[in-house]
Design a protein around this ligand. Structure first.
Ligand SMILES: Cc1cc2nc3c(=O)[nH]c(=O)nc-3n(C[C@H](O)[C@H](O)[C@H](O)COP(=O)(O)OP(=O)(O)OC[C@H]3O[C@@H](n4cnc5c(N)ncnc54)[C@H](O)[C@@H]3O)c2cc1C
Length: 326
């Protein structure tokens, strides 16, 4: 009889991969499933012929000693590096801290690199959209939109997905977890990736923007290991994004490019818009994770733990530790 504990982890973003890595180290049999074509979730990069752009997470910080040690491992593996942009705050300076002393890290050569590094050591099934989980006499069984019922069963299932995507999976099998996920208010974010044929003459590489539709702009080639093609990433504010969440991408591109021109940039030669339906949580919960020991189902993700890259990683680690306690 095989007594090795097993877990199905839904979501190959950083929280799911951190949880899976930890369980794997404890000797568990883990299987990770993600609906996308690659791992990383919101640590994401769009690539074109001669350009690329991190259109989700921009950078991450490391305050917790455990996450610092993990980032050191990423630095040693060459999948992350320190980013030292010329920072600015445009508009109300009290709203953001452009603290030059703060150490900011990015994935190298792109933001997905740390998650790919983790995923390389794990069994990860991609393009596998889980649309149902069910507890049977033999354990948890998983259904996916693309493949139907997946082979095998699992002692434990982990939902490492944004809160609104956890609700329909958890609701029939763990109503308490679904109720918690319903409490998390996740907001959208429109992004625009703009290209030029020469470097822009702006006095910053990245700026927090506190006026108009934009909230953040960053020059992609200022990050280590990126292609030289002049590419900027623009994020709209949560308020503007939510107000325009169903807008036509071409219209969004026009509006956000115009806002960038107001900051001193020329009109872009090319632009690509992307909508994140669930970008951040306001306010993010601070409970770390949730674990239903009786049913053997858990939740992890940034929305349970402060809402950022570091919080996502710690959420996955803390859930794995709670599951393996005692
Ligand atoms: C625009 C934007 C800017 C950001 N900027 C920063 C920043 O500068 N600094 C910072 O620290 N953080 C930032 N963040 C937040 C950071 O990206 C997240 O905190 C972190 O990446 C979340 O990881 P996660 O594992 O919790 O979730 P995710 O990365 O969202 O991973 C969830 C995964 O689940 C998968 N999934 C969902 N439903 C299913 C399903 N039914 N079946 C299978 N797979 C499924 C998704 O495809 C995804 O890969 C930003 C995010 C966005 C969107």
């Amino acid at each position: 009889m095989n007594t090795t504990p097993s877990a199905a982890i839904i979501g190959a973003g950083l929280s799911g991969l951190a949880c899976a890595t930890r369980l794997h180290a404890f000797g568990w049999r883990v299987s990770v499933f993600d609906k996308s074509r690659g791992p990383g979730g919101r640590m994401s990069t769009r690539r074109g012929d001669d350009w690329q752009s991190d259109h989700g997470a921009q950078y991450f910080t490391a305050r917790d000693p455990r996450f610092k040690a993990e980032v050191d491992r990423w630095l040693a593996a060459g999948v992350a590096a320190v980013w030292q942009p010329r920072m600015a705050v445009i508009g109300d300076e009290d709203l953001h801290d452009a603290d030059a002393a703060l150490q900011r890290f990015v994935g190298t050569p792109r933001m997905t690199a740390p998650t790919r590094f983790l995923a390389d050591s794990l069994p990860v099934s991609l393009q596998c959209t889980v649309d149902n989980i069910e507890k049977t006499a033999t354990g948890w069984q998983i259904d996916s939109r693309e493949q139907g019922r997946l082979a095998g069963s699992f002692d434990t299932v982990i939902l490492a997905v944004p809160a609104p995507q956890a609700v329909p999976l958890a609701h029939p099998v763990a109503p308490g977890l679904a109720a918690l996920a319903r409490r998390a208010a996740m907001r959208g974010c429109w992004t625009l990736m703009v290209r030029y044929d020469q470097p822009l003459d702006l006095p910053f590489d990245a700026a927090f923007v506190n006026r108009g539709p934009l909230r953040w702009v960053a020059r992609e080639p200022s990050k280590p290991g990126r292609p030289a093609r002049e590419t900027w990433l623009l994020h709209a504010s949560a308020a503007w994004s939510e107000a325009h969440i169903e807008a036509d991408p071409a219209e969004v591109a026009t509006r956000l490019a115009a806002a960038f021109v107001e900051l001193g940039a020329p009109p872009p030669l090319a632009a690509t818009a992307h909508r994140w339906r669930y970008a951040d949580t306001e306010p993010a919960l601070n409970m770390g994770y949730d674990w239903d020991a009786e049913r053997r189902i858990g939740l992890c993700g940034d929305w349970l733990n402060g809402g950022k890259v570091e919080g996502a990683w710690l959420s996955g680690i803390r859930l794995a530790d709670a599951m393996t306690e005692g």
